[in-house]
Design a protein around this ligand. Structure first.
Ligand code: FES
Length: 177
């Protein structure tokens, strides 16, 4: 089977977008090479591109590098830095380490979930806009309670401040589109 066909058969996921995104994987592989030692850097870059590692892409990478899909999948599941589940455009990490917990991380977490409309155990909103996770310490305990949105740290959070920050993200999104 030609490599393009693996992805071309996928239905109902905006075929052209998917095909176009696949070109990006080819680009990454062409740049980093097809040796086994390139696997982790390839997975890192692919994850940056997609925000997670879709199963089809892992199979594609395996084929391109001449590895078994199981071994590529094994590497992707072994390292905590890799995610096999889709994540939102904004990944919000809420610190629940001791300092943050004592200073009210829980009401902050609840306020975020309510604001982005996440129910039950779900971590990611259906529109793939937000993923909300808890972490044990973001290393900024002096600013507790702390959250991190993508790469940016926000300190001394309150449920009110959350609304202001998310309003801002929504505004940025509206100007992006
Ligand atoms: S406990 Fe939250 S930043 Fe350390």
């Amino acid at each position: 089977m030609k490599q393009e066909e693996i992805i071309g058969t996928r239905q109902g996921d905006g075929g052209t977008t998917y095909q176009r995104k696949f070109e990006k994987v080819n680009e990454i592989i062409a740049r980093l090479g097809r040796s086994r030692s390139a696997l982790i850097p390839i997975l890192q870059e692919v994850q940056e591109e997609y925000r997670y590692l879709p199963e089809e892409i892992l199979t594609y990478i395996a084929t391109a590098l001449g590895l078994s899909p199981a071994s590529v999948y094994g590497v992707a599941t072994f390292y905590a830095q890799f995610s096999l589940e889709a994540k939102g455009k904004y990944v919000i990490k809420v610190c629940d380490g001791t300092a943050c917990h004592v200073r009210g991380s829980n009401p902050v977490l609840e306020a975020i979930k309510k604001r982005v409309n996440l129910q039950g155990d779900k971590a990611t909103t259906g529109d793939l806009r937000y993923t909300v996770e808890t972490v044990s310490c973001l290393g900024a305990c002096g600013l507790a309670p702390v959250i991190m949105i993508n790469d940016k740290i926000y300190g001394q959070m309150t449920p009110e401040a959350i609304n202001i920050i998310i309003d801002q993200l929504e505004k940025e999104d509206a100007t992006d589109e």
